[in-house]
Ligand binder design. Structure first.
Ligand code: ZN
Length: 217
């Protein structure tokens, strides 16, 4: 059984990844202790660990917040993620198993369902599931771990454009063609499509950053 602090770390990470907790949101120890039904000690421990992971940041005399990346940090992050996600597609197309084909298909179906319902939070989780299924299908453990770390910082920014009308439907369509390319063994096409899918979010960075700057004030 995982320690309380470890469970809290994964719960808070999940909330940041799904967009429930957004960049710039404050984390109050007392409120979190009440919400998760634990004492303040493991909450403080989890916050410290998440600051070390770069998910949270502390501001003097103000407390802990979900970290806000600046324009360069965000661009750099999306650039690395786009290349590694593309690489995962290429490797996945070369080493598909019955199990990985099934997992990718299942996650794509979840994306479609969430997009039909226009449920942004459900879509955020389904999106993460789809990308993770491709990472796993790559069979490269180093790559899987690098992408897992990147996703934690990336995902809260990824979910912001979902508020744009029609974006999650469009994102699902992009997932479908990526999936088709992987399953047909066309790794280069899958890689290029995935890179474009990721950088589309990158191009929205100026809007995302302006929104965050507004929230800071
Ligand atoms: Zn996606």
């Amino acid at each position: 059984m995982a320690r309380t602090a470890d469970k809290l770390i994964s719960n808070i990470r999940r909330e940041v990844s799904s967009g429930i907790l957004k960049p710039g949101d404050q984390l109050e120890v007392n409120a979190l202790a009440e919400r998760f039904g634990v004492s303040r000690t493991p909450i403080r421990e989890a916050i410290r660990a998440l600051v070390d992971y770069g998910v949270l940041e502390t501001r003097p005399r103000k407390g802990s917040f979900v970290r806000i990346l600046n324009a360069k940090q965000l661009f750099d992050l999306f650039q690395v993620a786009a290349e590694l996600e593309g690489m995962a597609c290429r490797l996945a197309s070369l080493s598909l198993t019955e199990c990985s084909v099934k997992a990718i298909g299942l996650e794509l179906a979840k994306c479609k369902k969430a997009a039909e319902k226009e449920n942004n939070i459900e879509y955020a989780m389904a999106n993460l599931g789809f990308h993770t299924a491709i990472h796993n299908a790559s069979g490269n453990d180093w790559l899987i771990e690098q992408l897992r770390q990147l996703q934690i910082n990336l995902n809260s920014y990824r979910t912001m454009p979902y508020k744009i009308r029609g974006r999650i439907q469009k994102s699902t369509d992009e997932h479908r063609v990526i999936c088709d390319a992987i399953l047909s063994g066309d790794g280069d096409t899958a890689c290029n499509l995935m890179r474009d899918h990721m950088m589309l979010q990158g191009k929205r960075l100026p809007t995302i950053i302006a929104t965050l700057e507004q929230q800071k004030k």
